[in-house]
Design a protein around this ligand. Structure first.
Ligand code: GLC
Ligand code: MG
Length: 244
């Protein structure tokens, strides 16, 4: 049976890369080999802020296990299987009401925002001088009647995504389309762009080294705050929810 032609995964790790899975090479290698050895019908999902080529580079540089699904660009593109084929249904959903050119025009009127140079248009991102210009952009886009999702991370990165996009929505879509009913799923993250996937209704772990913006999420029995950092924190979270 083709793992990706049907709802197949009974266990699934959906993890951010930078600062979450990646940061402690030994712990990362241990976690990935432990999971693929111990968990049956295991699905590995990377959900990153990076664009595809940049995620690819990191996977190669760190010799990470190739994932079953790779979600790039802060949850706006889903790539499937070894060939990284785009999930067309998700793509149509993202393109339905998306106006990147107008967003860029609005942003030009705000001081303290620098466009991030990206090879794609499925999101529009900036470096902001703190939260004030970031918030101004958000307000101005609302005034213009545009539909979008706003994400601010690490006191610097501003991502404007299609409405209905983001890591949390992408994870819900993946769980509904690629995992079996009742699968054991864990979301793992370290910064603001992970917050939607930690509050998407699945067990989630905030790794010990997380940014303050993520630590500030309200307490919930669905969110475990690990003592350990990076991949060791992910394993701590998996064991908290699923034992072993
Ligand atoms: C990653 C991406 C960047 C994005 C940030 C926050 O650093 O490279 O483009 O703005 O994550 O989501
Ligand atoms: Mg991160």
């Amino acid at each position: 049976m083709n793992k990706l032609s049907n709802r197949y995964f009974a266990n699934m790790l959906a993890t951010d890369l930078d600062g979450t899975l990646v940061g402690d090479d030994d712990a990362c290698e241990y976690l990935l080999s432990w999971m693929s050895r111990e968990l049956r019908h295991f699905g590995l999902v990377y959900i990153t802020g990076r664009h595809l080529a940049s995620a690819h580079e990191l996977i190669t540089e760190k010799s990470l296990t190739w994932p079953d699904l790779l979600v790039s660009d802060v949850g706006t593109q889903i790539h499937i299987g070894p060939d990284l084929e785009l999930d067309e249904i998700w793509q149509q959903k993202m393109n339905a009401d998306w106006q990147p050119t107008r967003i860029k025009q609005v942003a030009e009127t705000i001081h303290g925002l620098r466009p991030q140079e990206l090879p794609i248009d499925c999101r529009v991102s900036f470096f902001a001088d703190g939260s004030v210009p970031a918030q101004q952009l958000k307000n101005r886009l609302i005034e213009q009647g545009l539909n979008f999702t706003y994400i601010f991370s690490s006191d610097r990165d501003v991502d404007i995504l299609p409405a209905g996009g983001g890591k949390g929505e992408a994870l819900k879509y993946i769980a509904a389309n690629y995992a079996v009913e009742g699968a054991a799923i864990l979301a793992a993250g370290d910064s603001g762009n992970d917050s939607s996937m930690l509050t998407a209704g699945f067990p989630g772990v905030i790794v010990g080294n997380a940014q303050p913006e993520l630590r500030q999420l309200p307490a919930s029995h669905m969110i475990y705050r690990a003592d350990r950092s990076y991949a060791a924190g992910i394993l701590e979270g998996w064991q908290h929810f699923y034992g072993q």
